[in-house]
Design a protein around this ligand. Structure first.
Ligand SMILES: NC(=O)c1ccc[n+]([C@@H]2O[C@H](COP(=O)([O-])OP(=O)(O)OC[C@H]3O[C@@H](n4cnc5c(N)ncnc54)[C@H](O)[C@@H]3O)[C@@H](O)[C@H]2O)c1
Length: 347
């Protein structure tokens, strides 16, 4: 076991080490354990400092900072969303994040979060579905088969026992990639030629498309009674996936209303349209699914507490492994006030 180094050295989890950590733990266990951290933190929701993320929008995408603190730990994530990036061989979403000790302000972990965001988004989706999806759901449609899609499938398999997947993407190459990646995990996979075909006989649909516009990925006629909708792709002002009529027929569950009202599917609705906060359902203060015929919608945009949980989980796991580097990121003069002298002595 490699001990975490002294306070002035910050453990850094690179992309390479994150992949090694996931493979060592196992992806389904990673997702399930991470989901437990997310649930734990949602249970203590009221003790967190919360803020809607700070977003810098451009014509091509968005760059966001996402802070959260429980007064003992502080975390932030830097994340972008640029749907056009894949055409240039880049990811739509990339991220990194930092965990710090509130008592002295020192960073205690720096980590890649491109992969970790996909994992935490999937874990959070599965947590929501645990409370909202119909009992004994076995088949899920995934519309949008890009970077997030396999993570969603794996989390729903690990936590809800989803075995059958119906996949659709406007780009058949994405569906082919998703099908090939998931082949060895025991799913029964049906690649589909349209959204209509993908929705046939499903109890859950995950929408994970990337397009910087108000799109209609799902139209109202495709949504039958009892469906659970896990909508993760509408996460920016002017970027939605569901027809407004679906929202009017659904019971809507959100992470942090002040952020979701701006970024989520509910940006299409009046400010006072009733929504239920997911943490209250987890805490037993509100009901999740009430009836078999109810349409439930998790209007996911991704909230900072999920990243806080993910960084906390990685910090706890990586301690047991050699999968981090030691970053010389904090100045450490012998006399804390002699920062200048430290430079002179380095000559
Ligand atoms: N809610 C969250 O917490 C959260 C977290 C991460 C990503 N996201 C969002 O999820 C979405 C997917 O992210 P990604 O990293 O997988 O992106 P990606 O670019 O890798 O994949 C998106 C896929 O959607 C497909 N697509 C686009 N328009 C479509 C349409 N009309 N019908 C069917 N398929 C369509 C594209 O061909 C592509 O394969 C993005 O919008 C991203 O911003 C949300």
């Amino acid at each position: 076991m490699t001990p975490i180094p002294n306070l002035n050295i910050v453990p850094f989890v690179s992309v390479d080490n994150m992949m090694k950590l996931i493979l060592k733990i196992g992806i389904e266990k990673f997702l399930t354990d991470l989901a437990a951290y997310v649930e734990d933190d949602f249970l203590r929701w009221e003790s967190f400092d919360k803020t809607a993320r700070v977003a810098a929008h451009s014509i091509d995408g968005v760059i966001e900072l996402m802070p959260a603190s429980d007064h003992s730990l502080y975390a932030f994530k830097y994340v972008n969303g640029h749907p056009k990036n894949t055409r240039e061989g880049r990811q739509t979403v990339t991220a990194f994040g930092l965990l710090a000790d509130v008592s002295n302000g020192y960073p205690t972990l720096l980590s890649e979060m491109t992969i970790l965001t996909a994992l935490r988004t999937a874990a959070t989706s599965a947590v929501a579905a645990k409370y909202l999806a119909p009992k004994n759901a076995h088949t899920m449609a995934i519309i949008g088969n890009g970077a997030q899609s396999e993570f969603q499938a794996m989390a729903f398999k690990a936590m809800l026992g989803i075995k059958n997947l119906r996949l659709y993407d406007v780009d058949p190459a994405a569906t082919k990639k998703c099908t090939a990646n998931l082949k060895k995990f025991g799913f029964d996979i049906t690649p589909c030629g349209s959204v209509e075909e993908a929705m046939h006989g499903v109890q859950i649909v995950t929408t994970a498309t990337a397009d910087k516009q108000c799109a209609t990925i799902l139209s109202d006629n495709l949504v039958g009674a009892g469906l659970h909708i896990n909508a993760i792709g509408g996460d920016c002002p002017g970027k939605t996936e569901l027809h407004r009529d679906i929202l009017l027929r659904s019971d809507i569950f959100v992470e942090y209303p002040p952020q979701t009202r701006i970024e989520g599917e509910i940006q299409q609705l009046p400010e006072d349209h009733p929504v239920q906060e997911l943490w209250q359902v987890i805490a037993g203060q509100a009901q999740g699914r009430k009836s078999a015929g109810q349409i439930t919608l998790f209007d996911s945009v991704g909230f900072a507490i999920e990243d806080f949980s993910a960084l906390r989980y990685v910090r706890d796991q990586v301690r047991q492994t050699p999968f981090f580097e030691e970053l010389d990121m904090l100045a450490d003069p012998d006399d804390p006030r002699d920062l200048f002298g430290m430079i002179l002595r380095a000559a």
